[in-house]
Design a protein around this ligand. Structure first.
Ligand code: PLP
Length: 340
C-alpha cells in the first residue's frame, strides 16, 4: 500500500526510479552466470571502479552490511572504531559491528555531526596497552547523520591526520550522492584519502543496492571472502548491478540527489521565518532538523509522517527524497505554518 501524501520521514520511504525498475526488468531476460560473474556486474563494477579510481568494488544488500564489510577489511576484532556519537554505526545498526566483528566503538560528541582531528585525538589513549581496545579506524559519514557534508579539504585534513596516526579512514556513504551534489564534485573526489567507503543506491532511488569501494590494493584480495562470510554475496547479483547501471546512466544518481537536496533547501526556506521554529544544523543535503514546540510536533504528526530526532530537545528530522516535488514541499510548509 502506498500513501498519496509524501512522507518526510526518510529517503527510505520513497519508491524507486522507474529507470531502476526498468533496468531490473531488462536484466531479467534469460539465464546468467551467478555470484557476480555475469557481464552486467562486471561492466558496472568496472564503471564504478573507474569513477572512484578504486581498487575493488563489491555489491552488498544494505547499508549496515556495507559498513560491517568495510570495517572488517580494516581492523582486527581487538581494534576500535572512532565514530560520531550520533552515527548510524553507533545508534542505528543494532550493534552489528560489535556483534559480528567484535570491534569496540569509541564515540565522539560533535557539534555538527563532523569529526575533526582535534575531536579524535583525545580518543587515542591506551595505545599498546593490551587491556585497551586499540584505535584503528576513524569512521565518518558523508553525508553525516545530521545532514551536513565534509568539504574535500576537511576530508584531506582528516585523512592526513589518520594516516599520520596509523589509523584508517572509513566513510559511510549511504548518502554519498547527496554530498557530491552539494559539493559539486565527482564521486571519485569524495574517495580520495579514504581507505574504504560505501556508495549507497537505496536512499537515492534504487530498490536495494549498496557498494563497498576499496581504495587500497592490499585490502582488495580479502574483500570477496569476507563478503561471502558475511552473507552478502548475492547469487543473482545482476539485479543489484542493474540498479547501479541505471543510477550511472546519464548520472541519474546526481539528478536524484540534486532534486532531494533542492527540496530540503526549499523546505528550510519556507519555514525560515515561522515563529517558534529553529533550524538546528546547516541544510547541506536532503534533511532539515528543526526544533519545534511539542504541541506543534503533535499537531503536525496527525497528518504528516516524520520522525522526532531528539525527544528531549523537541528536534524533528524532515527528509526529502529524489521524488519529492515542489508541491509536496509547499503543502508541507503550509501545514507547518497552519499548525504553528
Ligand atoms: C548514514 C547511514 N548509514 C547506513 C545506513 C544503512 O542502512 P540499512 O542497513 O538500513 O540499509 C543508513 C540508513 O538509514 C544511514 O542513514
Amino acid at each position: 500500500m502506498t500513501s498519496q501524501q509524501k512522507s518526510f520521514g526518510s529517503d527510505n520511504h520513497s519508491g524507486a526510479h522507474l529507470e531502476v525498475i526498468q533496468a531490473i526488468a531488462d536484466a531479467n531476460g534469460g539465464d546468467s552466470s551467478p555470484y557476480g560473474a555475469d557481464l552486467l556486474t562486471r561492466r558496472v563494477t568496472d564503471e564504478l571502479r573507474s569513477a572512484f579510481r578504486s581498487s575493488e568494488v563489491l555489491f552488498v544488500f544494505n547499508g549496515t552490511a556495507a559498513n560491517v564489510l568495510g570495517i572488517s577489511l580494516l581492523a582486527d576484532s581487538y581494534e576500535a572504531v572512532i565514530c560520531a556519537e550520533f552515527s548510524h554505526l553507533n545508534v542505528d545498526e543494532c550493534g552489528a559491528t560489535e556483534r559480528i566483528l567484535g570491534n569496540k566503538l569509541l564515540t565522539v560528541a560533535t557539534p555538527d555531526g563532523k569529526l575533526t582531528p582535534e575531536l579524535i585525538a583525545p580518543r587515542l589513549t591506551g595505545r599498546g596497552d593490551p587491556h585497551r581496545a586499540q584505535a584503528k579506524i576513524v569512521q565518518i559519514a558523508q553525508v553525516t547523520e545530521v545532514g551536513t557534508c565534509y568539504s574535500l579539504e576537511e576530508i584531506r585534513r582528516l585523512s592526513d591526520f589518520c594516516h599520520s596516526e596509523s589509523l584508517y579512514l572509513h566513510a559511510d556513504g549511504a548518502r554519498l550522492a547527496n554530498a557530491a551534489a552539494y559539493l559539486g564534485c565527482e564521486l571519485g573526489d569524495l574517495a580520495q584519502g579514504v581507505d574504504v567507503l560505501s556508495f549507497g543506491g537505496t536512499k537515492n532511488g534504487a530498490v536495494g543496492a549498496e557498494a563497498v569501494i576499496v581504495m587500497r590494493d592490499e585490502l582488495a584480495d580479502r574483500a570477496q571472502f569476507l563478503r561471502k562470510q558475511q552473507m552478502q554475496l548475492g547469487s543473482k547479483m545482476r539485479f543489484i548491478a542493474a540498479q547501479f547501471a541505471a543510477l550511472l546512466e546519464d548520472k541519474l544518481w546526481l539528478r536524484g540527489a540534486l532534486q532531494a537536496n533542492a527540496m530540503a533547501s526549499r523546505l528550510a526556506a519556507g519555514i525560515a521565518h515561522v515563529p517558534g521554529i529553529e533550524v538546528k544544523y546547516p541544510v547541506q543535503s536532503n534533511a532539515v532538523f528543526a526544533e519545534l514546540r511539542p504541541e506543534h510536533i503533535a499537531a503536525l504528526q496527525q497528518e504528516w509522517t516524520f520522525y522526532v530526532w531528539d525527544e528531549a530537545r523537541n528536534v524533528v528530522r524532515w527528509m526529502t527524497a529524489f521524488d519529492t516535488t515542489d508541491d509536496d514541499v509547499d503543502s508541507f510548509v503550509a501545514a507547518i505554518r497552519a499548525a504553528s
